[in-house]
Design a protein around this ligand. Structure first.
Ligand SMILES: [Cu+2]
Length: 144
């Protein structure tokens, strides 16, 4: 999708209010340590509110939207959520310890692979991304 290719070419200021689809950046998948892999990315709204309602990839059996949770006793777990809100001209960040996409049954995915993941937005529709698979310890990082 052209929108994805343009992410690296324009600043947030230049793109703000440009209308249309959300801008996705810094997408990465951590190599699974079990059957599932977590995917993270940052999204900037394209002038209208949207909601991420689903995703899929051929590299996994299914993809779920998850939120990492910590119980009163400190136990870390996660739960599925129906959708993730992206405010107009705001940001939605999926990062370790927070929201993520759970690639269920992705155990064949390895570091160095590039997999195609399609995000489904309520307003903007389907958006395909080529996402690099990295070591899980590298998923914390960012461009800065
Ligand atoms: Cu999860």
């Amino acid at each position: 999708m052209p929108v994805v290719l343009l992410v690296g070419l324009c600043t947030l200021v230049a793109c703000a209010g440009g209308g249309g689809a959300p801008q996705v950046s810094d997408a990465r998948v951590g190599q699974p340590t079990g059957p599932n892999a977590a995917m993270y990315f940052m999204t900037t709204g394209g002038g209208q509110a949207d909601r991420l309602v689903g995703a899929y990839t051929d590299a996994a059996d299914s993809v779920e939207l998850h939120e990492t949770t910590t119980s009163d006793t400190g136990t870390v777990g996660m739960q599925a959520v129906d959708a993730l809100d992206l405010p107009a001209d705001g940001t939605l960040v999926l990062e370790p310890g927070g929201y993520h996409l759970m690639l269920v049954g992705a155990d064949a995915v390895e570091v160095g692979d590039e997999i195609e993941v399609t995000l489904t937005w309520e307003v903007a529709g389907a958006m395909s991304l080529d996402v690099e698979v990295v070591d899980p310890s590298d998923t914390m990082g960012n461009d800065g």
